[in-house]
Design a protein around this ligand. Structure first.
Ligand code: GDP
Length: 446
């Protein structure tokens, strides 16, 4: 248990119907009760008590012997006035509590074994979730998800490693405590699981942060106009001078609960302007990384141009296979615009807004079918993705060592390495730097 008692407002900054001030730590009850009246005796555990906090406000106090943090906690619900909230916090600080750091409640919950590290991270994701998909990812991780399974596999690996290390103490006697076949099978098994999980990261990450959607095309085709029309505001600069979007512009927007990360890019064409060329390089890079490419085509030009540009994109290194691509034939409101060849494009006018709904629906449909074919468990946490990659590298070394009949001490070193990286996911092993990074993402009061 922590040595000091912390206090913070648990509800968002600002004015609301009610606000919750939370105090947690060994002296939470003592410090809180000094300010509450009328109290005939102590706050009874997990009961709502209507009382007055000094002469500041009337509200509801609840005492939890083991709250969210795993420590004694008192929550006081008061009126949502900023003055009231601050005054209560100040009174508790004067009474001996200390202001909480960002994420300190959740960090205590982790240190006290109420949550593992992966679950603590899921709390932050849950707080940040704005779409059903983000919510589903966070809840599944919070309820254990793949982390529990990895923890169990890690435990089996740990047991075998201990046996292997025991052999080292009997190095003169040529004994084998650790069954090599069993060890090999387990290593393969974990490797397979790791790679399946890592394979879902692209989708998981896209659902969490938005599906990367690159808007590419020639200068003046209407890329910025399409972005603005899809966003229905004026984020990117629209101008009739070719080459205005020199850098990439990013915006996220939701359709039917799916987040898309739209990336407007510089016009693709041949130029000697070094600045423009830099923009074009970035445009290509954005297209390479995108899951969806919206190729904007000026419908007053020949459709053959668009098809030629598709080839040029591929030649520049953009793998179109495995991505969703639409040729968005823009400026259909102009008299000399021609319809796309059936099945090869979506006709829109960014100016009038026609055809956009069809485009939105096509994007949603494509992603929904990707999601349906994806595994139930999706990996969306970049730290876990990295840790799994490192663990897998170590496991490959173990497998190689076992196959080559390497000495037990060398195999054991690689095993320890794999165990370490697997252990960082749920936090069996952690260090202050990692914890600091994770919990600083939280807000104060969480
Ligand atoms: P970008 O260089 O591809 O980003 O093109 P912009 O979005 O800056 O648009 C270039 C020009 O085309 C601007 O003058 C826009 O007003 C015009 N434009 C864009 N979309 C449409 C459209 O759907 N219809 C018409 N008539 N003009 C458009």
């Amino acid at each position: 248990m922590s040595s000091d008692t912390i206090v913070a407002i648990a509800t968002p900054r600002g004015v609301g119907g009610i606000a919750v001030v939370r105090i947690s730590g060994p002296d939470a009850q003592t410090i809180a009760e000094r300010h509450l009246s009328p109290l005939t005796s102590h706050l009874s555990p997990r009961h709502a008590t209507y009382c007055r906090f000094d002469d500041i406000d009337d509200g509801i106090a609840v005492y939890y012997p083991k709250g969210y943090t795993g420590e004694p906690t008192v929550e006081f619900s008061c009126h949502g006035s900023q003055y009231v909230q601050q005054a209560i916090v100040q009174a508790l600080v004067d009474g001996g509590a200390r202001l909480a750091e960002p994420g300190e409640y959740t960090m205590r919950a982790f240190l006290n074994g109420r949550l593992n590290l992966s679950q603590a991270e899921a709390v932050a994701d849950l707080v940040d979730a704005t779409t059903p998909q983000q919510h589903r990812l966070a809840v599944s991780q919070l309820r254990g998800g793949y982390a529990e399974e990895l923890k169990a596999l890690r435990q089996q690996l740990l047991d075998l490693t201990s046996l292997l290390e025991l052999e080292l103490d009997f190095s003169q006697e040529d004994v084998e405590f650790a069954d090599r076949t069993q060890l090999m099978r387990l290593v393969d098994n974990i490797s397979l699981r790791i790679n399946t999980l890592r394979g879902t990261f692209r989708m998981g990450n896209a659902l969490k942060h938005g599906i990367p959607t690159a808007i590419v095309g020639r200068p003046n085709a209407g890329k910025s106009s399409l972005l603005n029309a899809l966003l229905a505001d004026n984020r990117a600069i629209v101008s009739p001078i070719a080459g205005t979007t020199r850098d990439t512009v990013e915006e996220t927007f939701n359709i039917d609960g799916i987040t898309f990360r739209l990336i407007d890019t510089a016009g693709l064409h041949h130029t000697d302007d070094p600045l423009e060329n830099m923009g074009i390089k970035r445009a290509i890079a954005a297209a390479v990384q995108a899951d969806i490419i919206l190729y904007v085509h000026d419908a007053t030009r020949s459709f053959a141009d668009a098809l030629a540009d598709m080839q040029a994109l591929q030649d520049a290194g953009v793998q179109l296979k495995g991505k969703h691509l639409w040729i968005v034939c823009n400026k259909m409101d102009l008299p000399d615009a021609t319809d796309p060849t059936p099945g090869h494009g979506i006709a829109v006018s960014s100016k009038l807004g026609t055809g956009l709904e069809k485009l939105r629906q096509a994007m949603v449909k494509a992603v929904s079918s990707d999601m349906a074919s994806a595994n139930d468990t999706l990996l969306s946490n970049a730290r876990h993705y990295d840790a799994l990659g490192r663990a897998d590298n170590a496991l490959r070394q173990v497998a190689k060592g076992l196959a080559d009949g390497m000495p037990a001490d060398l195999v054991a070193t690689d095993l320890r390495d794999a165990l370490y990286h697997l252990g960082t996911i749920t936090g069996e092993v952690s260090n202050d730097e990692v914890l600091g990074n994770i919990f600083s993402r939280f807000c104060v009061g969480k």
